[in-house]
Design a protein around this ligand. Structure first.
Ligand SMILES: CC(C)(COP(=O)(O)OP(=O)(O)OC[C@H]1O[C@@H](n2cnc3c(N)ncnc32)[C@H](O)[C@@H]1OP(=O)(O)O)[C@@H](O)C(=O)NCCC(=O)NCCS
Length: 302
């Protein structure tokens, strides 16, 4: 509905491209970037529906115009990891792709490589970029869990009142991240999840305990792929098995209603989330590193 995937002549002159270029003459390189990682493929479910993906051959420019403050909705995915010399080139490409950010607003770079070249983030880190590490986990189905949490009800968000409650819960589970920027980001993200739910692409589940909203999770699917979003439980209700039950319920919907056979979840390495997912049977598929900068990270050393 909102999707747009376009292909363009690449703007970037990568080392591999320079090596391929004949010594003389004009060469137009027009190709499609190969997506290798399950993490990247499942990330694209969201901009494919709520934004736009421009394939430049050796990188993807991903945009969510309705949520310009969403860093990982407005970013670049390269087909190679960062190496020395990438910083100024990647930053220039970002400016070219996102000319509407009037001043340095954020930079967000991911890469979907074949793992053969070791990333070297040194110059990015020296420029005050932040390195974000993720573990991508996958499962094909989850067996029903047999533990019971007293007074717990799990239901899908359907009405405007449900979505409003979901937004409030998202804010309550945001913890120290709750800045005005984050409030707005959450509001627009939930609008997108609502549109995707209403279009039959997935569901947002809320857990109520004694009538109070205490936990949530989203599951959104495209073809064989399903991707979980925003697993969180209020601090007062943690360690009772609520998130485990929610993820299991969402997985059931993902496979049985939305037809997915690969359910992907992303966690911080060595986090309680990663432990929880592995206990449910998820297995590690890959590690993802990403680089981002925002004004909160300090002066940009470019
Ligand atoms: C991660 C998070 C979602 C877990 O929610 P939760 O409802 O507490 O999850 P569960 O209760 O199913 O499992 C959490 C722990 O409680 C334990 N637990 C579950 N039932 C229990 C019970 N009845 N008694 C004691 N412990 C129990 C689990 O074994 C697990 O232990 P571990 O962390 O040592 O592995 C929650 O901590 C949270 O919202 N964190 C902030 C957001 C976040 O990090 N989300 C994950 C993003 S990937």
């Amino acid at each position: 509905m909102f999707s747009e995937l376009t292909r363009h002549v690449s703007h970037e002159d990568t080392p591999s491209r320079r090596a391929l270029r004949p010594p003389q003459g004009l060469v137009l390189v027009c190709s499609t970037m190969q997506i290798r990682k399950l993490g990247t493929r499942s990330d694209l479910i969201f901009p494919r529906f709520c934004g736009r993906i421009d394939d430049r051959g050796d990188y993807l420019a991903i945009r969510t115009p309705s949520n310009p403050n969403y860093y990982w909705g407005n970013y670049l995915v390269f087909d190679h990891p960062p190496v020395r010399g990438c910083l100024s080139r990647w930053v220039n490409i970002f400016h070219h792709e996102f000319p509407d950010y009037a001043h340095p607003h954020h930079y967000a770079f991911a890469w979907d490589d074949d793992g053969r070249c070791e990333p070297d983030c040194t110059e990015f880190l020296q420029a005050n970029f932040r390195e974000e590490r993720e573990v991508v986990l996958v499962i094909d189905r989850i067996e029903a869990l047999n533990h019971i949490v007293r007074d717990l009800e799990i239901a899908e968000c359907r009405t405007a009142a449900d979505w409003d409650a979901a937004w409030k819960l998202l804010l309550r589970t945001a913890g120290p991240m709750l800045t005005p920027y984050h409030r707005e980001y959450c509001r627009v993200c939930l609008q997108h999840y609502r549109r995707m739910s209403e279009a039959g692409k997935g569901a947002w589940l809320l857990a109520r305990c004694g009538g109070e909203m205490v936990a949530h999770v989203g599951i959104y699917c495209d073809g064989e792929l399903g991707r979980f979003r925003q697993v969180a439980t209020l601090p007062s209700h943690r360690r009772r098995g609520i998130a485990s039950l929610l993820v299991a319920e969402a997985a059931k919907l993902g496979t049985e209603r939305f037809g997915a056979s690969k359910l992907v979840i992303v966690a911080d390495p060595d986090s309680s989330g990663e432990r929880l997912y592995k206990r449910l049977g998820f297995r590690e598929q890959e590690r993802n590193d990403q680089l981002s900068w925002s004004p909160a990270d300090g002066a940009l050393g470019i």
